[in-house]
Structures are given as C-alpha cells and as structure tokens.
Design a protein around this ligand. Structure first.
Ligand code: NAP
Length: 503
C-alpha cells in the first residue's frame, strides 16, 4: 500500500494504529489497520506485478535488486536511524542490521541464476536416449510476515530471496516497526523507477495480527513467517484453509557451551554479546550457557566483569536499549523471579533490574533445568549459566529443549564433535552467530523453532518450485512404454537391469 492510500484511509474513518519510539512513546507514524479486502487488493496488485517481474531474466532482476541495494547504501544512516527510532535499539545494533541486510540482498541477487537456473542432469542408463534438465520456477506471490526485533535483517531473509527467485511479495511488517517496513517497500519502488511507481512487486500491508491473518487466508502461493512459535501455530492453522505452504522461522532458547579447554576470555566476550546485544531480543540470542565445572568459576567471573560494564539507556551509543514490545517485560520479570525462586543464584541484577522500558542485565547461575527461565524464550538481557560435569552432559542439556534454532560451542579440541551432536539448525564454533552473517549458509530451526530455511541456496529454493523436463533425442533400443513393443522387450530389460545393478 502506498503512502497516498494510507493518507486517504485516514480520511475515511478507518481504524488506525501508531508506531511509537519505545524510549519516549513519541508517535513516529500512523497507519491504517487494513481489512481482508484491502489485503486481497494488495495481493492482486502483487500478482499483476509478478507477471512482469517473473518474466524478467535472472540478470535483469539482479540489476533491479542492485539498484535497490545502492539506494539503501546511499541512505544507510537514514535507515539505521529509523530502525533505532522505531525499535529503540542503539545505533551500533541498527547499523549491523543494515550491513547484514545488504549482504543478503547482494548474495540472493547474485546467486539466483546459478541456484535456480536450468541445469542438465544425467538421464540414467535406462533413459540414455533422453536429455534431462531441472529448473526452478517462481511460485507467484509470497506473503512475508515479519517481527519487530530485526525489522530489516529478518524480513530481508525472505524478501530478497523471494524477489530474486522471481516472485512478487506482499509484506506485513510488525505493527511495532511498520515505518521501517514502509521505508523498505518505498525504496524498492523508487529503485524500480517507472515500473515501481506503477505497480511494484513488493507491496506493503499494514496492521496488526488481524491483517496478518487476512494475508494467510488470501490468494497467495506461500507464506513466509518469522515470529514467535505461538503465533506460528496460528499462522499455520490459518494457511491450512487454502492449503498454502508455509515457511516457519520461530523462537529459540539457544544454548552456548563452554568446554574445559575453551579460551575463556573470548568465550565470555562472545557469550555476553550474544546474550545482551539488541537487549537480548534476538531469536538466536544466547539464553542458556552450559559451562564445564573445572572452568565455571573463572568463566562466571569474566562474564560478571563484562556485564557490569554495560551501559543501559536510550542514548544512541548505549550498549543496551529498551525492550521494544512492552508486553515482553512481564515475561522477562516472570522468568527472573522463577529462576531465583527455584534456587538459581543472581550474580548480576534481580527482578528489580526491570524498570520499563529498560532491563538492566541479569545473570543467574545454577538454575534448575525445569524453571521457565531455562525452558521458555525470555527475549531480554538475561543469562542463565549452569555448571555441567562434562561436554557430553552440556550437549544433552542443550538438546533437551523443545526449541532448536542456533547453538554455540567454545572448545579447542571438541567443537566439531559437539556441533555434530547438537540438535540445532545452525552451530557456531568458537564464534558468536557467524552463520547469520554468511549468506551462503541456510538459516532456520528444528522442532518448536520452525521449519524451512531462509538464506543460501536452500533459501532461494524455498521460494521456487522445481520443474523437470525430459527430452527424447533418438529412438530407444528397447521401448517398454508402447503397446506395440516386441515380446522380448521386458525380458531384455530385466536382463539389462540385472547386469547393471547386480553389484
Ligand atoms: P509475534 O508476536 O509472533 O509476531 C510476528 C508477526 O506476526 C508480527 O508481524 C505480528 O503482527 C504477526 N501476527 C500476530 N498475530 C498474527 C496472526 N494471528 N496471524 C498472522 N500474523 C500475526 O513475534 P514478535 O514478537 O514480532 O517477534 C519476536 C519473536 O520472533 C520471537 O519469538 C523471536 O524468537 C522470533 N524470531 C524468530 C526469528 C527466526 O529467524 N527464527 C527471527 C526473528 C525473530 P503484529 O506485530 O502487528 O501483531
């Protein structure tokens, strides 16, 4: 939906919502809550744009996406400022997000032809008189529903890949970060020039969960959802009405393992950043740490020392900004209280560290594994550090969660083995969240963290369907698929198969 139509909507008394700066509650912008009819209109516009966009070559689409990338880079500070304004996150966090978003946009545009373009495959011995090829066709219109915690990086993981594959996209950003979503859609249209002004293949719809629900029930060909596991279930259920396939990027409770031979200084540095960056509001953020007994005290001291130096507040250069979604504060408080009540020891902070809209860092040690602090996604600057007797037990505890998104292991000798044993979509060894910054690596979860993949070749194929073509080049020696075949044909085939595949 364009800015013009948003202004018109305001004039005809439809429900509006506001996007606020969570630090001050200042109103940033107002948007209409779009109805199911509005959503269908946006999907119809996207479908008509898809006819043009999907007919372009991979190279032509890549050129348009490059213009968009260049525009984003020209206005880098404007976008980072807007992200910071709407989410409250410090500028460093906002800038990192733009960097990663641009990196993915570049990779998807550049690699779509290699991954999705037609390629020949071996026809096999039995069909040697044919050539065979497979290519990936765009699905049509993809609905993208995004969260507020990374309003550029996260939806870009679907939008850039879906567009590169030749689809049009209808994007519903979170109601908390709609202005950032609008910025992305407007700059893409601007990068397209006349065509973008006429009918862009990236359409915006604004609203809350009701609008998201309407998108799930509209005439789309796939729905890419990023958000909590609870909403993910509702989205799947709504999509099932029309048998719309879904990609689910849901919540996590990521574990971070510290082995006895780990470099404790870099492990503690990585753990603190992984848990506290973006105020802990990261799907792959560090929420549980399992540290081997022999190094636990030293590791905890290092974590406490680093965490105590972090600054919290609304200044652009603070280390930790506000909690963007006010409702999350009660969850964070419940988890901190539950962790302490069940026997965990607070070595930094306590429930009084929560002063809306900010949460000062909390570090809890030796929290029982069945406390909500360990089992549920906290999504705040809270770390649980639990001691374990060995790396093996650390892996077992890490795997005991219903979530399985990312994981980290710090170990000099056993990192690769632990990575193999961990149940997770992505594992970083001696490095914090490296996979998020590698566009060639698929990103996604297992179990309660969802299914399907964004990023990488798998992320491109997620938004395309394979089409197989087999082409006969000359008549076969044996033709079993004809009623006029010679009587001996099947016997000859049987003999041939025995010779070919016996060993
Ligand atoms: P959320 O509350 O589940 O919302 C996600 C999106 O779904 C928002 O745009 C929301 O709209 C929309 N929505 C709400 N109800 C809906 C419904 N019934 N039908 C369709 N859409 C609906 O999640 P969030 O609080 O925005 O984001 C935080 C969560 O996202 C965390 O759990 C985090 O782990 C997860 N996350 C996962 C990944 C990943 O890659 N796996 C990445 C980032 C975040 P409104 O906001 O307008 O209500």
């Amino acid at each position: 939906m364009s800015t013009d139509s948003a202004e018109k909507s305001a004039l005809i008394d439809i429900e509006m919502f506001q996007s606020l700066d969570p630090r001050t509650n200042d109103v940033i912008a107002e948007f209409p809550v779009l109805s199911p009819q509005d959503v269908e209109e946006a999907v119809a516009n996207a479908r008509s744009a898809a006819t043009w966009w999907g007919s372009l070559t991979f190279s032509a689409r890549a050129r348009h996406l490059k213009h968009w990338r260049q525009l984003i880079l020209e206005r880098f500070d404007e976008l980072a400022g807007l992200i910071s304004h709407e989410t409250g996150k410090p500028m460093a966090d906002a800038m990192l997000e733009v960097v990663l978003g641009v990196d993915h946009l570049h990779w998807a545009g550049k690699n779509a032809k290699r991954v999705l373009g037609r390629r020949h495959v071996a026809p096999g011995m039995l069909m040697f008189n044919h050539t065979a090829s497979v290519e990936y066709e765009a699905l049509g219109v993809v609905g993208v529903i995004g969260p507020w915690n990374y309003p550029v990086f996260t939806p870009m993981g679907s939008i850039a890949y879906a567009l590169s594959a030749g689809n049009a996209v209808v994007f519903k950003p979170s109601e908390f970060t709609t202005k950032v979503g609008q910025w992305l859609v407007d700059t893409f249209a601007e990068a397209l020039g006349d065509q973008g002004r006429h009918r862009s293949p990236l359409q915006l719809i604004t609203g809350d969960g009701r609008t998201g629900n309407a998108l799930c029930q509209s005439d789309i060909d796939k729905l890419a959802f990023t958000g909590s596991s609870a909403t993910g279930k509702r989205v799947m259920s709504a999509c099932s009405d029309r048998l719309i396939p879904v990609l689910m990027e849901c919540g996590g409770k990521d574990a971070f393992i510290v082995d006895s031979d780990a470099n404790l200084k870099s492990a503690s540095d990585a753990a603190v950043w992984g848990a506290m960056a973006n105020a802990g509001q990261t799907c792959v953020g560090v929420e549980r740490i399992y540290v081997v007994d022999s190094v636990a005290d030293r590791f905890i001291d290092l974590v406490v020392d680093q965490v105590s130096k972090l600054t919290v507040g609304g200044e652009p250069d603070a280390d930790i900004g506000p909690i963007t979604m006010p409702a999350q504060l009660a969850i964070i408080e419940r988890h901190v209280k539950d962790g302490m009540r069940s026997g965990g020891q607070a070595v930094v902070g306590s429930a009084s560290s929560i002063r809306a809209p900010y949460v000062k860092p909390v570090v809890l040690v030796d929290v029982p594994e069945d406390a909500s602090t360990v089992t549920e996604e906290t999504f705040g600057p809270v770390i649980v550090i639990n001691r374990v007797p060995s790396l093996r037990v650390a892996v077992e505890r890490a795997n005991a969660s219903r979530y399985a998104l990312g994981a980290t292991v710090f170990s000099k000798r056993n990192g690769v083995r632990a990575a193999q044993d961990l149940t997770a979509g992505m594992v970083g060894i001696n490095s914090i969240l490296p996979y998020a910054a590698m566009p060639s690596l698929p990103f996604g979860g297992v179990g309660g963290s969802g299914f399907g993949r964004i990023h990488g070749a798998e992320g491109l194929r997620e938004f395309a369907r394979p089409k197989s073509v087999a082409h006969r080049r000359f008549p076969p020696l044996l033709n079993p698929t004809s009623f006029s075949k010679a009587q001996w044909t099947m016997h000859a085939l049987k003999t041939l198969v025995r010779v070919l595949y016996r060993w």
